[in-house]
Design a protein around this ligand. Structure first.
Ligand code: N01
Length: 505
């Protein structure tokens, strides 16, 4: 039975024999879909394990009002699957999810996806030179190669507030931004939004018109740059579709503008002062109240936390229905939120726009390598690290997409994903070419790579900018972002270098 045939029907748990395939991909977001296309192109048998019932990853999960991409769509899409008719420069979630669905159909990938397959552990068998991968419903999959496309922004983080259980037991509603409860009608309700990151700034202007009152709990203000996101005229879309070179030129223009910002973030953080001037102007033009302007003005270097873009956020804040609350949240009560100044505000709906488990998201799958070595234990002890963010010393045939230090603060992660799927594809081909069963990077190559990377990161705005962000782990080490320009990562992953690896025959 081929993998596609096995994937087509999901037999009852007890009847299931282990499913064999050459490569297993976890997750069907941009990474998993891209990897599937790469393996299909290379003729490698594969299966995608998806915990949900549809493809799309973060663009399936995040359906909050106003959800859009903050990187222009002509860049935030596969280079090999251009879409000339993006309706907006920064597209909204439904259009991005539709794009991914379209790519999935075009490549016939759906038949390789096993839905409702929540991977919870993987164990390398040294005798067989195979990964045994287990799902939480008892399914077992056996594969030579294991590729995690789970990414780092899929496990919602809800902080542990005192009294939250009391509130949840009461009549009020509460949900995370990535799990928006569309059954809750916010019209005419008192709504609290906690957090002022990338998700919150899109939610606030979208919901303020409907609610009775909006309490915005801000711990740290963000730098927010102006961003006119008007529809792309149909005539322009037709030009992109029909005039050779125009779409590619658009993509290239977007790419290099973002790389220029990346240069400032990684090499010359002082240049980011220019962005701060624009950010301050953005506040001044929308907010009349001097005290509110002070509250909204960050005291750290722009770029230290993700720079946000919006033409509507400050307008949403200027709405008389919005109250920006900067006092720390002390506790929840059954019907409201009490701040450190002792004031209680009644609330009907709480939206946690509080981000994701990032540097600890790898604990999501329990991975055990040769001799049962626990990757989670190793990473807990040493910090998460991989060679080029993709392969891990001592963990044969294991690949991470958007793994350690390969997220971005300035450009499209789809560009990074494409570099990684090409590299992983080359690595798999190298195993076959060598007549081997497995490869893993040497500890030496991985350590050298990470020493250099951390050295470069120490001068970037993420380390020097005077803020605390989710880019850093609990020891203040940046385990999340790539240290340079994205073309440098492209160069570093363009050719798989077998001398950095050991092969097992
Ligand atoms: O989460 P965040 P997000 N009490 O972590 C606050 C991507 N994304 O979901 O800054 C009070 O940025 C926290 O405060 P502070 C993008 O990569 C992309 O908005 O830590 N507040 C912060 O304000 C982004 O970076 C798009 O002091 C608390 C907020 O919650 C990533 O997702 C769109 C708190 C969390 O902000 C995450 O964005 C949307 C507490 N105990 C998101 N704990 C695109 O367009 C946390 N906060 C591609």
């Amino acid at each position: 039975m081929t993998v596609a045939e096995q994937a087509a029907g999901t037999p009852a748990v007890d009847d299931r024999a282990p499913v064999h395939t050459r490569a297993l991909i976890i997750g069907s977001g941009f990474s998993g879909i891209g990897m599937g296309i790469e393996l299909q192109r290379r003729g490698v048998d594969f299966l995608i394990l998806e915990k949900a019932d549809e493809i799309g990853g973060t663009w399936r999960d995040n359906t909050y009002p106003g959800c859009a991409c903050d990187i222009p769509s002509h860049m935030y899409s596969f280079s090999f699957e251009p879409k000339p008719d993006w309706t907006h420069m920064w597209s909204f979630q439904p259009e991005i999810q539709n794009y991914l669905l379209g790519v999935t159909e075009k490549y016939g990938l759906r038949r390789y996806v096993r839905f409702g397959a929540h991977v919870d552990r993987a164990q390398w068998d040294d005798d067989e030179q195979r990964w045994h991968v287990f799902t939480d419903d008892g399914g077992e999959f056996i594969a030579q190669f294991l590729i995690s496309g789970a990414g780092g922004l899929h496990i919602p983080l809800i902080p542990e507030f005192d009294g939250l259980d009391d509130y949840l037991a009461g009549d009020g509603a509460a949900f995370h931004s990535a799990q928006w409860d569309h059954d809750v009608d916010i019209t005419g309700k008192r709504v609290a939004v906690i957090g002022t990151g990338a998700s919150a700034i899109q939610i606030v202007p979208e919901i303020v018109k409907d609610v009775a009152g909006l309490q915005l709990y801000q711990r740290t203000p963000a730098w927010v740059m102006p961003r006119p996101n008007n529809p792309i005229p149909e005539g322009m879309q037709r030009v992109f579709a029909n005039v050779p070179g125009t779409r590619a030129a658009m993509r290239a223009g977007i790419y290099w503008i973002h790389e220029a910002v990346g240069f400032a973030m990684t090499k010359q953080p002082c240049l980011l002062k220019l962005g701060e001037l624009m950010g301050k102007w953005n506040i001044r033009r929308s907010i009349k109240d001097r005290e509110l302007r002070r509250k909204l003005t960050p005291d750290y270097r722009a770029g230290c936390k993700r720079i946000l873009n919006s033409d509507t956020y400050y307008r949403g804040i200027a709405d008389p229905k919005t109250e920006v609350i900067t006092d720390r949240i002390a506790r929840f009560t059954p019907s409201g939120i009490v701040t450190a100044d002792g004031r209680e505000r009644p609330v009907d709906v709480v939206v946690f726009a509080t981000g994701f488990h990032v540097t600890d998201s790898y604990t999501y799958v329990d991975i055990k390598g040769p001799d049962g070595e626990d990757l989670v234990d190793r990473w807990n002890a040493e910090g998460i690290a991989a060679l080029r963010g993709i392969t891990v010393a001592g963990m044969p045939n294991l690949f991470f997409l958007l793994g350690p230090n390969t997220a971005l603060g300035h450009n499209s992660v789809v560009f990074m994903i494409e570099s990684q799927i090409r590299y992983a594809g080359q690595a798999i081909a190298a195993v076959d070419r060598a007549g081997a069963q497995a490869l893993a990077p040497t500890r030496d190559a991985q350590d050298r790579y990470n020493d250099e990377l951390q050295d470069e990161l120490s001068g970037t705005v993420w380390s020097t900018g005077g803020c605390r962000s989710w880019y850093l782990d609990e020891h203040g080490v940046n385990r999340t972002l790539w240290s340079g320009m994205t073309w440098q990562y492209w160069l570093a992953t363009r050719r798989f270098n077998a001398s950095e690896y050991t092969f097992t025959r």
